[in-house]
Design a protein around this ligand. Structure first.
Ligand code: ATP
Ligand code: MG
Length: 392
């Protein structure tokens, strides 16, 4: 009854056509177990979107999965044995296989799980209806909770009781907005029940680690257009709970400029536009990521020209600076400005210390080099060595 025989995954979908993944599933099936693809890979294939990582669900117990895999000649690693996940390596590729689970208790962060033989239990402990879709190794879609209509309408809906789902794991609040940003139909509003429940459960967000929040926010901000999702986060109070002082008012304009110029999306640019206090700590950014945030924030504060940022820190940060400044000024950047950034990123300062010595030495040498470099930057990187050396 779960099996939706009329809906099949396009057989050329890479994970479905992958012989190694098929061999892993076949090994389980040959021993009388179920093996089904689940979650993001099924969702994205049905939406005609690029593959996400492949997850496999089975009714075999973790030890059985290990046994089956080893007997079939695969390597099996108990990567997440506590929550039922075995990584099976076939042809050097890892496949995560998780035993059907049902939630038995929760502390709002970590669900305590029990294994189950019933796919419906497994579906019920997932977050959104569009994420509770499975596919058999032949590509037939299995839909235990009737999530397909939501997927087809690109509706982000919690499975059953939204309030209960959120209290089990507050990360789902952020996942709601993330999946909305990526998958909701254009012009679609939020599920009113979901936003109501989210707004009444802000306290629980404090239980989340900065690392988990950071991972979700990176993914959310990398969506082609996260502006509506961010507005929802502001209106429900989520945005200021996780990032005090953040403001999404420039995001729409930045997205508009990116699209008009055919630029790719960049979560870092959007994060600077959001602003807020202690962002690197609040999102546990890496050192390199925090450095980029810092470069962009100070370039805006000090009104550093985007070309100078591109010259010093590379084209991407130059583009980010240009976008952020343009959004503040509410003036679209031009394709010429983008082209200048490409040149600036490749420019090499033509003067070296040796050119100034021995006339200039000691601390004066560094100061002189710096002054000439500033003049050269201000000239749009066109002043030549001889012209620079002749400057007063
Ligand atoms: P993508 O990998 O493209 O980001 P995904 O849907 O595969 O999207 P994952 O985080 O990889 O997301 O999780 C895989 C599946 O596991 C989800 O589709 C969902 O069914 C389930 N899942 C993941 N995290 C949670 C959670 N916090 N609560 C409930 N279910 C979850
Ligand atoms: Mg995934």
């Amino acid at each position: 009854m779960d099996r939706t025989d009329d809906i099949v995954i396009d057989p050329v979908t890479s994970w479905l056509a992958d012989p190694d993944g098929q061999a892993v599933c076949a090994a389980l099936v040959a021993q009388g177990h179920q093996a089904l693809f689940v979650g993001g890979c099924v969702r994205n294939a049905l939406l005609g979107l690029p593959d996400s990582d492949v997850d496999i669900a089975t009714d075999a117990l973790p030890e059985q999965t290990m046994q089956v895999a080893v007997n079939a000649g695969f390597k099996a690693v108990p990567t997440g044995i506590d929550h039922g996940t075995i990584t099976v390596v076939a042809n050097d590729k890892p496949y995560e296989i998780t035993t059907f689970r049902r939630d038995v208790a929760t502390d709002g962060r970590r669900a305590v799980v029990a294994f189950s033989k019933d796919i419906r239990d497994d579906a019920l402990r997932r977050d959104f209806t569009m994420n509770a879709l499975y596919a058999t190794p032949e590509g037939r879609v299995v839909d235990p909770l009737a999530g397909l209509p939501d997927l087809q309408a690109r509706r982000i809906r919690f499975i059953e009781d939204a309030d209960a789902r959120i209290r089990e794991d507050y990360l789902r609040t952020l996942r709601f907005f993330r999946f909305f940003a990526w998958y909701a139909a254009d012009q679609q509003g939020f599920d009113p029940v979901a936003v109501d429940v989210i707004a009444r459960n802000l306290d629980g967000l404090g239980t989340l680690s900065a690392e988990r929040i950071g991972q979700e926010m990176r993914k959310l901000l990398a969506a082609p257009d996260p502006s509506f999702a961010l507005a929802g986060m502001r209106n429900t109070g989520v945005l200021n709970t996780i990032l005090p002082g953040a403001d999404d008012k420039q995001i729409g304009l930045i997205v508009h400029f990116e699209q008009a110029l055919g630029l790719g999306t960049d979560w870092q640019t959007r994060l600077v536009a959001l602003g807020g206090e202690d962002v690197p700590q609040k999102l546990r950014l890496s050192r390199v990521e925090a450095k980029s945030q810092d470069i962009l924030r100070s370039a805006l504060e000090q009104m550093t020209a985007p070309t100078e940022v591109a010259y010093r820190h590379g084209q991407q940060l130059g583009v980010s600076t240009l976008l952020l400044r343009s959004a503040i000024a509410e003036m679209p950047p031009t394709p010429q400005e983008i082209a200048q950034l490409e040149q600036a990123a490749q420019a090499t300062f033509p003067v070296s210390a040796a050119d100034l010595m021995p006339e200039v030495e000691g601390p004066a040498l560094g100061a002189r080099l710096k002054a000439l470099e500033q003049k050269w930057i201000a000239s749009g990187f066109v002043l030549k060595k001889s012209e620079l050396l002749n400057l007063p």
